[in-house]
Design a protein around this ligand. Structure first.
Ligand SMILES: [Cu+2]
Length: 148
């Protein structure tokens, strides 16, 4: 009996998944920047495995005074960053946060000790349905080769 329960628990906990709810946060990463860069961007793919739409409302990290959801957009040939209120992820859909697209921008950095290649820092994402999900963002010199 106990063995069966343990086996079931093990099957429910795939190592790379952030949590057991409907929203998966895949491959969270950040680009290594010069040591004095004023801000840092975090990227990831959100996948909604559930059958209701969800919404990323905000984010926070202990290494930053604040975090904002941003989008890069081309306006009259100029790339600009705009603050977006929230990002929707429909049932069965995914949203990719990547350079030149959506990103979480970390402002007023208070701890830069992990911001080099191989470092990592926590990032908590607040979803309307799924609640809070905390992931470890890996700092990389080169972007990950393949997106999930
Ligand atoms: Cu930004």
């Amino acid at each position: 009996m106990l063995k069966k329960v343990l086996l079931a628990l093990t099957l429910l906990l795939p190592a790379f998944m952030a949590h057991a709810k409907d929203i998966q946060v895949l491959q969270p990463w950040s680009q290594e920047l010069p040591p004095n860069a004023p801000t840092v961007a975090a990227y990831f793919t959100l996948r909604n495995d559930g059958n209701t739409a969800d919404r990323l409302l905000s984010a926070e990290s202990p290494i930053a005074g604040s975090a904002e959801i941003h989008q890069h957009m081309n306006s009259d040939g100029m790339m600009k960053m705009a603050h977006v209120e929230a990002v929707n992820i429909g049932a069965g859909e995914q949203a990719t946060f990547q350079p030149m697209g959506y990103h979480v921008m970390l402002l007023n950095l208070s701890d830069r000790s992990q911001l080099q290649d191989g470092g990592h820092f926590p990032l908590t994402l607040h979803f309307k349905q799924a609640g809070d999900i905390t992931v470890q963002v890996v700092v990389m010199k080169q972007p990950p080769v393949a997106n999930p």
